[in-house]
Design a binder for this molecule. Structure first.
Ligand code: C2E
Ligand code: CA
Ligand code: CA
Length: 719
């Protein structure tokens, strides 16, 4: 506003002879919203309008002739004079609104927007000042100002390295951290070339091309946001966050925010590694808890868990329990290491048979179990197991054929527990053993009756021992030299309810229950008593008694035998103890020691069932034995006498070369007898001469044997 105004405002005499336009100007001046003042060259207030009175709280009288500084906060006084001088110098400064801080009569500060211009009045040059209260804007301004200062502060104090590049490639903002992070010289910024920065950064990275490609991608699309990790060649890791810079929704450039996350990444890596290790350890522990350490198969716990889970859902569930036959002998003869190898081989074969859908577990020792879930044909698997496991295996140079008995039980009624199923498979497995091994047998409810019978058998046998129902039968053994009976083998019999039971029906039970000790002693006592006088007649005659490994495990065995011999007045030199080779491989050395003691006392030891065990002929010389009894299975191979049986003949020769006497048992035909006589067997035993007979019929057995020997001397009838 440059309208000339009198120093003494005319509004004191409103309407005094002036035209309409002037009247309107006056109205505006007196009633308008803006505060207006006129200042003299000295800054003295020469005029003010009512709006100015209201704004500052003074009356016109109080301000006219007063220095303008009265209306300003002290600090701003000097500034006002500067405006005057600049306006005087022709500068536009001041004609544009500028902020100032006014002072109300009551001492309150008033934020102002001030506009000034020089005006010419009759009194000379004055400064017209328009003042507007901006306190209503103050809040907005303060917010904006503090936001800007906050931004500035953040920009410089943040740990992040930031650079802002405009769409046209100018660097519009960069902070100290940015230069520090990349070790960038300040001069590079002066070039104002954003690509120079990219190159500078890229050469420090492990994958510079990736970074350049990323930058290109981001520049190609202004709207893109991106998060990336950059790997420094020196091992540091930097996180890059890039986003568009927008002003009023328009993208004007791009903000690049880099953060050094090396320590964080390292800590994360460490934490991840530690977690991985922990998880691994937990897995290992879990595996150990559920794994058989030797074979790596599932153990009993895992088997139970899986079987229980399987039985909770519908569908076929089968349990196949298998036990290796004669595994103990492998362990005893070849050592535990070989035994372990055998078990590992068995588990490998089992897993192949079963595949990934079944669970193979080792329950302990030589007992394995297979769980089949959802398999409709458990018979096929059982058959596969039997044939696969029975194939020969070479363990430490020895070829062996693992034998097994397999029991199969399948889920029948609902609500069956895994232990019940396992028990049924166990019962079936025993049935398989009894059925002749190397076969599988399904569980049948009748088998439980058999099991019950076995329990009853043990109880009955115990009573039989107490009641003296164990008797002895004798089978003659003929000397091929002397062509007469030179030995009787004592064979146990059980008179059960008037029926004679053969030892095969009860010896195993007696061994399992330990009753064999009493039975063995009883057989020895009875036979020594019975044969004492027969033996006394001829020192060349002997009595052979069978001894089980279980008996030898008792430390007083040798002592008991010698006691009975002494008590019955039988010369120990006329006693032969028949043992199977398994007793020699017992881990307890006192078993062998007992045999050595007995031999020292004159008692002889014969190796029974020779040729059927695991031992090779080569081991024979190490054993404390005096004789061998060739098993009847070899003799039964002789039919015509024309057969070439190298095993049989080499067994005889081998034994002879070691100074052992050889008896062949199970001789049923004259052909067999002649063949063995030709091959210089020392003694023969078998039904051909006599079956085992009760003591009372011994004499008849001797006569019958003599007749049979005589018949052998007659020329063989050509068939
Ligand atoms: P072993 O010691 O091999 O006894 C020979 C078995 O073969 C006897 O069966 C006998 O009757 C049978 N035998 C004899 N000649 C022939 C033959 O020409 N053909 C056939 N097929 N068999 C023949 P047994 O008496 O039934 O005894 C069976 C097994 O029971 C014995 O086999 C022996 O291992 C065991 N045993 C018998 N008595 C006792 C005993 O008092 N104590 C111990 N620990 N075991 C005994
Ligand atoms: Ca025998
Ligand atoms: Ca035998």
């Amino acid at each position: 506003m440059t309208t000339a105004l009198p120093v003494d405002s005319s509004y004191e005499r409103p309407g005094a002879g002036i035209d309409v336009e002037q009247g309107l100007a006056e109205t505006l001046l007196t009633q308008g919203p803006d505060a207006l003042l006129l200042l003299t060259t000295e800054g003295i207030i020469s005029f003010l309008n009512p709006a100015a009175e209201r704004l500052f709280g003074y009356s016109k009288e109080e301000l006219i002739g007063v220095a303008h500084s009265r209306l300003l906060v002290e600090d701003d006084r000097g500034g006002f004079l500067r405006v005057w001088s600049r306006l005087g110098g022709g500068s536009s400064f001041g004609t544009r609104p500028f902020p100032g801080l006014g002072l109300h009569r009551e001492g309150r500060e008033i934020p102002l927007e001030i506009t000034c211009s020089l005006v010419t009045t009759p009194a000379g040059t004055s400064m017209a000042v328009a003042v507007r209260d901006t306190s209503h804007r103050q809040d907005d301004d303060a917010g904006r100002r503090s936001a800007v200062s906050l931004l500035d502060a953040t920009f410089e104090t943040t740990a992040d390295a930031i650079v802002v590049v405009s769409n046209t490639g100018q660097i519009t903002g960069v902070n100290e951290q940015y230069l520090k992070l990349w070790g960038m010289p300040r001069e590079i910024l002066a070039e104002d070339d954003a690509y120079a920065l990219v190159k500078f950064i890229a050469k420090q990275l492990v994958a510079p091309d990736c970074f350049k490609a990323k930058v290109a991608e981001l520049y190609a699309d202004h709207e893109l946001h991106s998060h990336d990790l950059l790997e420094f060649q020196d091992g540091r890791t930097v996180e890059l966050y890039s986003r568009p810079q927008k002003v009023a929704d328009e993208v004007v450039g791009r903000i690049w925010n880099f953060r050094d996350v090396t320590t964080r990444t390292m800590a994360q890596d460490q934490a991840r590694r530690a977690l991985d290790e922990l998880a691994q350890q937990a897995d290992q522990l879990k595996a150990l808890a559920f794994q058989d350490p030797l074979t790596g198969l599932a153990n009993r716990m895992l088997f139970n868990e899986r079987a229980t889970a399987a039985l909770e859902s519908p569908g076929p569930v089968a349990v196949l329990l298998l036990d290796l036959d004669d595994f103990k002998e492998v362990n005893d003869i070849l050592g535990h290491h070989a035994g372990d190898q055998m078990l590992v081989e068995i588990s490998r074969r089992l897993q192949n048979c079963v595949g990934p859908h079944g669970t193979v577990a080792r329950l302990g020792g030589d007992e394995f179990v297979v769980l089949l879930v959802g398999c409709g044909d458990s018979d096929a698997v059982a058959q596969r197991i039997v044939s696969t496991l029975n194939a020969p295996v070479s363990i430490e140079g020895t070829l062996m054929r693992p034998g097994l008995s397999l029991g199969v039980a399948t889920r029948g009624t609902e609500g069956m527990s895994s232990s019940e199923l396992l028990r049924q498979a166990d019962v079936a497995m025993y049935a398989a053993k009894e059925a002749g091994k190397n076969c599988y047998v399904h569980f049948q409810p009748e088998m439980l009756a058999t099991l019950l019978e076995r329990t009853q058998l043990t109880a009955g046998l115990r009573r039989a021992v107490e009641l003296g129902q164990i008797t002895v039968f004798y089978q003659p053994v003929i000397s091929t030299n002397r062509r007469e009976v030179i030995q009787f083998e004592a064979l146990a019999r059980w008179e059960r309810d008037g029926v004679l039971m053969a030892p095969d029906a009860f010896i195993q039970t007696a061994e399992r229950s330990g009753l064999i000790r009493d039975i063995g002693a009883e057989v020895l006592r009875q036979s020594c008593t019975e044969l004492q006088s027969w033996l006394a007649e001829d020192p060349g005659r002997t009595l052979a008694v069978n001894v089980s490994g279980v008996q030898l495990q008792h430390k007083d065995f040798a002592e008991r035998v010698l006691d009975i011999a002494a008590w019955s007045r039988v010369d120990p030199h006329q006693l032969v103890l028949e043992v199977t080779e398994s007793v020699f491989f017992d881990a307890d050395s006192h078993v062998i020691q007992q045999l050595i003691t007995l031999r020292a006392a004159g008692i002889r030891v014969a190796l029974d069932d020779f040729g059927t065990g695991y031992s090779s002929l080569g081991r024979l010389q190490e054993l404390p034995v005096d004789a061998v009894k060739i098993d009847k299975s070899f003799v039964s191979m002789l039919h015509t006498g024309e057969e070439r049986l190298p095993i049989l003949t080499s067994m005889i020769h081998m034994a002879h070369s070691l100074g052992l006497r050889v008896t062949a048992e199970g001789i049923e035909t004259p052909t067999q007898a002649r063949y063995l006589m030709e091959h210089e067997c020392d003694a023969l035993q078998g039904y051909l001469f006599s079956r085992p007979v009760p003591g009372a019929r011994r004499a008849a057995a001797v006569t019958q044997s003599a007749e049979a020997i005589a018949a052998l001397q007659e020329p063989a009838v050509a068939l």
